[in-house]
Design a binder for this molecule. Structure first.
Ligand SMILES: Nc1ncnc2c1ncn2[C@@H]1O[C@H](COP(=O)(O)OP(=O)(O)OP(=O)(O)O)[C@@H](O)[C@H]1O
Length: 599
């Protein structure tokens, strides 16, 4: 497929504002035409003087024409600028929405593999850099290009030799700029890379400040931060140093049009080819021709800024989306089945490319009958969370199939799959809205009573009641006041409210305090009653009652069975259980010791 250039990409986001952009162009052209009028008026006044026909009325008439031209120029320029700004912001909005949409539809892995710094930099900063040049490109670009052309044509009409003399400095300046531009592309690319690096280091520094403080890494981390900022400064200064001579040379030569027009004008005047009025007018016009061209050179830089911003945004705009079915499928039951599932996080080296070494799951065959409780256990890194994420289709399987109710999940629209599966992990993100709204995310249609009932069932009601604004406390305000376990219970309340037929709990109770553990286990039992339930838990006591326990080791199913059967027949499970019970007893004994010590 042919790659779109940056302008094509930008314009493809201008669908709703195309009319505004067209009007902006028309207004800019009218503004340029208005800008020419004063030149004509001044010329006519000069002619009146040189011909000795100056009358107050004649001068006032042409002065009024000049004023009219100025007014048209400024009014239409203002309208053009306003429309261009509307269009630019509308394009920016569409680009950001499209990126957000792509991130939502891309495999989760693709999104998670990006650093927050990079995402923020592209979506906020890089896209923003498009606004200023874009908003000014139409009104200023058009007047800076069209005005000199019109003035040149006008000069040609007076005397073609003076017209050429007026642009005699242009080739010299272009030669200087051309030499400078030879390395411009490379330098601009390096500048952007350096800028992106500084951005990501700054974001990393701010995000990791808690760890930096906790591990007393302030010196080395600050050093990395300082070095990045310093190297960016060095880079920009060096770039500036390498170009300033040619830039200033071009900038000073370009407007020196009198170098050509004064001697030639004098000569033509002396040999009678130019009248005094024509000479004066040519000198005035020649001064007006190059200033807009000088400003136009700024647009080369601006165009590059847009090009690079679009290039950065393009990476996200073209993210490969997960294949999405559009027609909802009627599901009559909710058995989950994994058939010969293999998967690698590195799609290029996936099993279908014949390379199984990179697979984190190998030929998994597993059935989770509707309404039953399946637990996934096993050593860390064995692939438990990966199985759960594949069922929720955060990634697509490398090979094999996963089906719900006999329908391959790829055939279910993503929204239907999201409605079918509740996924609760230990990383419970709270949005910066009220706790009520955070819980309501599980079911946007739920009433306040239903939200509160779900919160009660998830044992959230108590701690929310202790907050000053109760359910209306924003997560940001409450952020510092909520423990990991409390956040976890809010996530469970969300899932209770969602009431999906399939529930996946990935270490969802890892932060639960012993005081609330029983209560939470009861609410989880309520949440998961009659559901197809998949639980990943390191605390084996919480999954002891599962209908089937699947032991996953190195991406393969080592054994499946009930707790009792696995204790009998699976050494790995038995060892894990003993380690777990040992740890529990150790903790319990320790607690008794503590009690004795402080009694
Ligand atoms: N986003 C990712 N990108 C690349 N590799 C990943 C990613 N997530 C997990 N892995 C790798 O996949 C393998 C399986 O990870 P997974 O999280 O599924 O294991 P797990 O059994 O759930 O581990 P744990 O019990 O520690 O949570 C690990 O080797 C891990 O390093």
């Amino acid at each position: 497929m042919k790659e779109k250039n940056w302008l094509g990409t930008v314009l493809s986001f201008a669908t709703e504002c195309r009319l505004k952009m067209i009007f902006s162009v028309i207004c800019a052209i009218i503004s340029v035409a208005g800008g020419i009028v004063p030149y004509i008026g001044v010329y006519q006044i000069i002619v009146l003087f040189f011909d000795g026909k100056q009358t107050v009325n004649g001068i006032l008439f042409w002065a009024a024409i000049c004023l009219g031209g100025y007014i048209v120029k400024f009014v239409f320029y203002a309208i053009s600028t306003m429309l261009a700004h509307f269009s630019a912001y509308s394009i920016l909005e569409n680009m950001r929405l499209k990126i957000a949409d792509r991130l939502m539809k891309a495999p989760l892995g693709t999104v998670l593999n990006q650093t927050v710094g990079k995402l923020k930099n592209v979506i906020v900063d890089r896209v923003e850099t498009i606004e200023v040049p874009l908003a000014h490109l139409i009104p200023e670009g058009i007047s800076n290009l069209l005005l000199p052309i019109c003035v040149f044509v006008y000069l040609m009409m007076i005397d073609w030799r003076m017209a050429l003399a007026a642009i005699v400095t242009v080739p010299v300046a272009i030669a200087a700029y051309a030499i400078m531009m030879k390395t411009f592309n490379k330098q601009y690319a390096d500048y952007i890379e350096s800028n992106n690096y500084v951005n990501s280091v700054i974001v990393e520094y701010v995000e990791g400040i808690e760890v930096i403080k906790a591990f007393n890494q302030s010196t080395s981390s600050y050093e990395k931060f300082e070095k990045a900022v310093e190297s960016f400064k060095e880079y920009t200064l060096n770039w500036f140093k390498s170009t300033w001579k040619l830039m200033n040379f071009g900038g000073s030569v370009l407007p020196s049009t009198l170098v050509g027009t004064v001697p030639l004008g004098m000569y033509l005047y002396l040999n009678g080819s130019l009248s005094p009025a024509e000479l004066t007018m040519c000198l005035i016009l020649s001064l007006g021709i190059v200033a807009p061209l000088t400003s136009f050179t700024v647009f080369v830089n601006d165009a590059k800024a847009i090009e690079y911003a679009v290039k950065d945004a393009d990476e996200f705009l073209n993210l490969k989306e997960l294949e999405n079915a559009h027609e909802p499928v009627e599901l009559n039951q909710y058995d989950i089945e994994l058939h010969n599932v293999s998967f690698s996080y590195d799609a290029d080296k996936a099993s279908h490319a014949g390379n199984i070494e990179n697979n984190v799951l190998h030929d998994i065959n597993l059935k989770l009958p509707q309404g039953t409780f399946t637990a996934l256990v096993g050593p860390s890194g064995g692939g438990k969370s990966t199985v759960a994420r594949l069922i929720a289709r955060f990634w697509d399987v490398g090979s094999g199939t996963i089906s719900i109710g006999g329908v391959t999940i790829k055939k279910l629209p993503l929204t239907q799959l999201a409605d079918t599966v509740s996924f609760v992990t230990q990383d419970n993100f709270l949005f910066n809205c009220s706790l009520r709204e955070n819980i309501r995310l599980g079911n946007p249609q739920a009433s306040d009573q239903e939200v509160i009932a779900a919160a009660k069932a998830a044992c959230c009601d108590g701690f929310i009641g202790n907050l000053d604004n109760g359910y209306d406390t924003t997560a940001g305000e409450a952020g510092g006041k909520l423990s990991g376990g409390e956040k976890q219970r809010i996530a469970i309340a969300r899932a209770i409210l969602k009431n999906a037929p399939v529930v996946i709990l990935d270490e969802a109770t890892a932060f639960t305090d012993p005081e609330n553990e029983d209560k939470l286990q009861q609410s989880i039992a309520a949440l998961t009653k009659g559901k197809t339930l998949l639980v990943i838990a390191h605390r084996l006591s919480t999954i002891k009652k599962a209908d089937q326990i699947v032991v996953l080791e190195k991406g393969c199913i080592a054994q499946t069975g009930s707790h009792e059967a696995l204790l009998e027949g699976c050494k790995l499970y038995k060892d894990m259980w003993e380690a777990h019970i040992g740890a529990k007893n150790w903790a319990a004994n320790n607690e008794k010791e503590e009690v004795k010590r402080y009694a």
